[in-house]
Write a protein that binds this ligand. Structure first.
Ligand code: ADP
Ligand code: ADP
Length: 223
């Protein structure tokens, strides 16, 4: 589903943030990306989501060589990979419902079908009944669940999230993780970067640990 071969990443002329990274993730895995702040967790997720190009090496996502993918092919990748970044990029001048509807409008889905799917996505993250709220009227946990609904509304095969439980109390964080677990259980390959190793330990079965200058693939072991 996801394969990195000898991947290097630096920004501009800076040092390598990631150097010679190799791993393979099978469909349906739930993977935790761990490591201290600044280690390169977000960078790894952005490479998978096609939001940053690698400096060297090959990256295969959903059978596509994304290091060779021209910019115009990126929208296909966006449909295959649901991305939830630290800044949720929710639109605060629109309702929760319209935030979730937008990705479907972008891919040209017929309107009545889009409305049905957007409702289903909000329902899956436990936000049914909050469609008309503006995101500013929602709690941090609700905003995070709204960002998840928007990321999964196109039914991606892969879901990646960067620190989705940051700034949330323990109960809200668990609810967020339960939402990811539910998607993973129906087959969505899930990668989550987080500082919260104890929370992740109860959900993920594999850890990609990024430490400055060292990358470790831990299967069935917690970082
Ligand atoms: P983490 O998610 O583990 O905190 P990041 O992937 O965000 O780590 O950052 C890894 C390193 O790359 C940091 O030193 C950060 O400053 C640097 N970095 C991240 N994004 C950029 C960018 N767009 N331009 C230059 N440097 C960047
Ligand atoms: P649907 O019927 O759900 O709209 P498709 O049959 O078009 O989906 O595609 C199935 C999956 O493959 C979707 O997750 C879609 O995002 C993804 N996909 C379709 N075409 C491409 C492509 N050229 N590159 C990458 N992913 C693609």
């Amino acid at each position: 589903m996801i394969e990195f071969q000898h991947v290097f990443k630096s920004y501009g002329r800076s040092r390598n943030i990631l150097a010679d990274i190799n791993f393979r993730i099978e469909a349906g895995e739930f993977v935790f990306v761990s490591g201290p702040s600044g280690a390169g967790k977000s960078t790894l997720l952005k490479l998978i989501g096609g939001l940053e190009p690698p400096s060297r090496g090959s990256i295969t996502v959903n059978k596509n060589r994304i290091d060779k993918m021209p910019g115009r092919a990126r929208p296909y990748l966006r449909r295959a990979v649901g991305v939830i970044l630290q800044d949720t990029h929710l639109l605060f001048d629109r309702s929760a419902f319209e935030n979730v509807l937008l990705p479907l409008t972008v891919v040209g889905l017929e309107r009545s079908q889009a409305i049905t799917r957007a409702r289903a996505a909000l329902d899956k993250v436990g936000l049914a009944g909050k469609e008309d709220l503006n995101p500013v009227e929602m709690s941090g946990g609700e905003q995070q669940r709204l960002a998840i609904a928007r990321a999964i509304v196109n039914r991606p095969a892969i879901l990646i999230a960067d620190e989705p439980t940051a700034n949330l109390d323990h109960e809200s964080a668990r609810r967020i993780m339960d939402v990811f677990r539910d998607f993973n259980r129906v087959g969505v390959t899930t990668l989550i970067a987080s500082h919260d190793t104890s929370l992740m330990a109860t959900y993920a079965s594999r850890t990609l640990q990024i430490l400055p200058g060292r990358f470790t693939d831990l299967r069935g072991v917690q970082a």
